[in-house]
Design a protein around this ligand. Sequence first.
Ligand SMILES: [Zn+2]
Length: 299
Amino acid sequence: MKAALVWNDELLSYDFGEGHPLRSERCKWGVEEISKIEGLDVIPPRYASEDEIALVHTNEYIEMVRKGLAGDLDTPVSPSLFNPARLSVGATLKGIDLLREGYSLAINVCGGWHHAFENKARGFCIFNDVAIGAKYAQKKGFPKIFIIDWDVHHGDGTQRIFKKDNSVFTMSIHQHPSTQYPYFSGYERENDPTNLNVPILPSEDEQEIMKKVLPLIPRFVEPFKPNLMIVQMGVDGYKGDPMSGIDLSERFYDAVSKTVSRCAKNNDFPVILLGGGGFNFPKTAQLWALIVENFMMEM
Ligand SMILES: [Zn+2]
């Protein structure tokens, strides 16, 4: 199988500055760990065009990001972040180009910005590359897209963008929103034929969580018959992460990545992995590498 890491050091410019939890050193360490895995091509990203960003975002919003008028306290968007945000989306699109060209697996650690709305920067996310990636992939000949998001925070922007679109399935496994950001969405009552929320309470035992979550993956992926899968591989549910209140271990990330990658192999579709959350350095890097390694072994 052919696998590629989309990366160059320019992506380090997606950084909210000192004192903010989202620092680009997490990507640097992630790339260092992932680069130790044999058989990965490293391919530089490209910039997403404004037309590509407008597959999801409004033109007014894109203009506000350019001028640095779009952020809030959590997500301070200065004008100098416009190009880094465009590049991080372009890294996801480059990954999809590679899947079109015959790669089975692509990775963009500087991606997975699942909280961004079509008109709003939120939760450290400026442009929603998960959703832009899905729309772009459809234009490139992958009509049905399955998005699985195991970041500890609900993939609320992505869910909202595809709420009325049955060609994209959105599945999110996350800490129960009654106890965690984004609080107002991520509940089971929002489920519909192409949206599945699997909230986890901090009191749940890891073995029980895996028993509940893992069988759902083939059960929902297989009947949907996707042509391509986007994985938001956030690892901020790991015990001790400063941005969450659940205590998952390596076992969970090992099992979920094996389950998803076997499902991809059995059903013969390519996968792009997007970094997502993970604020416990350098553990984030080690967990991302574990996930990538499993995909390379199983697919
Ligand atoms: Zn997160």
